[in-house]
Design a binder for this molecule. Structure first.
Ligand code: HEC
Length: 150
């Protein structure tokens, strides 16, 4: 008996949730406002500068690290921009951004240390972690949106 009433109760809860959802979907204005607030203009601009195109610091760092031996000077020359990006993400007032910045920041910290030590495998590994960290923010309908492959 107890079990049956539990089922009835959860059915009631599910239907009221569904009703609430439909009611919310019918009035999209507050959600649109919330989405606008999640924008961080400074992050967006720096993202483009640091990651977009073959000449971007990120791509140059990857290319330099892939050489045998790595082009340490070129690699070292990109670190400042990557560190700035990392700091900007961590300091973002949009908590969805700052809360998702840990892997990016850790990868940059590791890359700086491994480059200083001229540790080939370590530097390549850190760059691998950096590439993976993009997905923390860039996914379909995520904070940074989905990234297109180039
Ligand atoms: C902590 C969150 C975060 C991480 C990690 C992150 N991004 Fe972004 N990225 C953003 C946000 C937020 C924007 C701005 C999106 C907007 O508002 O349009 C952005 C924008 C971009 C843009 C500008 C163009 C566009 O599609 O909006 C590029 C390119 C980009 N990111 C590449 C990368 C790459 C490559 C990585 C990994 C190496 C990365 N991002 C990691 C949050 C992040």
């Amino acid at each position: 008996m107890y079990h049956c009433s539990r089922v009835a109760l959860s059915a009631l809860l599910v239907s009221s949730f569904a009703y609430g959802w439909i009611a919310t979907a019918a009035t999209p204005a507050p959600q649109e406002l919330a989405d606008k607030k999640k924008k961080d203009k400074a992050v967006e601009e720096m993202m483009e500068k640091v990651h977009e195109g073959k000449k971007s610091p990120w791509k140059q760092a990857e290319k330099a690290a892939a050489q045998n031996p790595p082009d340490w000077n070129t690699l070292a020359g990109q670190l400042g921009k990557l560190e700035q990006m990392s700091a900007l993400l961590k300091a973002s007032k949009v908590s969805d951004i700052s809360d998702s910045a840990d892997s990016y920041a850790e990868a940059v910290t590791a890359l700086v240390a491994k480059t200083k030590a001229k540790d080939v495998e370590g530097a390549r590994k850190a760059l691998g972690s950096l590439s993976k960290s993009c997905a923390d923010c860039h996914y379909k309908d995520g904070i940074g949106g989905e990234l297109e492959d180039d």
